[in-house]
Write a protein that binds this ligand. Sequence first.
Ligand code: A2P
Length: 414
Amino acid sequence: MNAALPVEVLKQHLIDPEICIRCNTCEETCPIDAITHDSNNYVVDPDICNGCMACVPPCPTGSIDNWRLVVRTEAYSLQDQLGWDELPREQPLPEAAGAAPAEADATLAPAPAAAVAIPSAAPGASVPPWSAAHPYVNLYTHKTPVTATVVGNYRVTGADTDSDIHHIVLDFGELPFPVLEGQSIGILPPGADAQGRPHHARQYSLASPRDGERAGYNNLSLTVKRVTEDHQGQSAHGVCSNYLCDLAKNDTVQVIGPFGHTFLMPNHPRANLIMICTGTGSAPMRAMTERYRRRIETGENGRLLLFFGARTERELPYFGPLMKLPRDFIDINLALSREAGQPKRYVQDLIRERAAAVRELLADRNTCIYVCGLKGMEVGVLDALREVTMQAGQDWTILHDVLRREGRLHFETY
Ligand code: A2P
């Protein structure tokens, strides 16, 4: 009798559409462009993915870490994956595949990289600072959201400006929703998309510290900009941002999360924070600053250096409360790009102007750097950091690598 021909088994990398929050982190991280998306799903091309694992640690939800043993010629195509609402069940391999799954895993699947590979293109760390507190993630998913109640919703930019940015406070009552500064949550807007599918969750960073927007209460806050145009300036209606900005007190919202296990603040005494943000990217900076402010009396705080970019003072969220903070508590540098009678300035210009202060903090291993806001500023900020370190005769390539390996440089851009 003829023996069955051996078939090649693939350990296929898949993304769980029920947990994925479509944040684009995986697509940005993949060093070989194996990940792509449409309006429904993020998917992995089985012909390109080499199982390097670079995308796995940065994923805030863990939805990226799914694998199926399949016969290579029958791998799930991009078209299959784009149509999924949930992952397919594991299928038994045909006998001709020979080995039992575990064995096949060891012999035929593409070997995941031994250590987590950090692609050289990734600007930031894929690990948290060593002293970060341990975060909870995925307590609530698309299938099991939690209901929160709106207990506050007010505008934090000048009423006469185009930037309609809201501070929204959500209360979880008796239900557990433990969070850390730097984490995010997902909001499920009601209704359906053009194809009649329920809207996917939209991700928002927390603007409040771990012990609540109001200390000791089971609530948190978000900083939400009403989206009325896209990045190209064309008219566009943001489904979730408009829904959130229009909420009234006592309305309820469906929430999933929390998410994020790397963009976290250090927890040890005398840790310094360099915070660089634009617009609503100020949310995590507000959370971290407030964490420090609430423990001023302990004397444990390190230094806070903030670079904050906005069009004008009136379009800078939380301008009033920010300017009330004591100058010996936080070193505030505002980069205003459209203030009448002033030259256009970006955060990277101020980093250069404050080179000495930046260098001093960078020389201290207790310093962590957080960058949040417009995608476009990533390159500008990295260039500015390179310039200020090289001015002092240091090698930025080495320092950059150290900052990433030690979980001391974090980006969250959109
Ligand atoms: P600009 O006036 O050139 O748009 P927004 O209000 O759109 O959220 O932007 C927040 C701030 O970030 C604005 O001052 C904006 O300036 C600025 N900005 C835009 N592009 C960049 C960039 N590539 N690097 C740094 N800041 C930027």
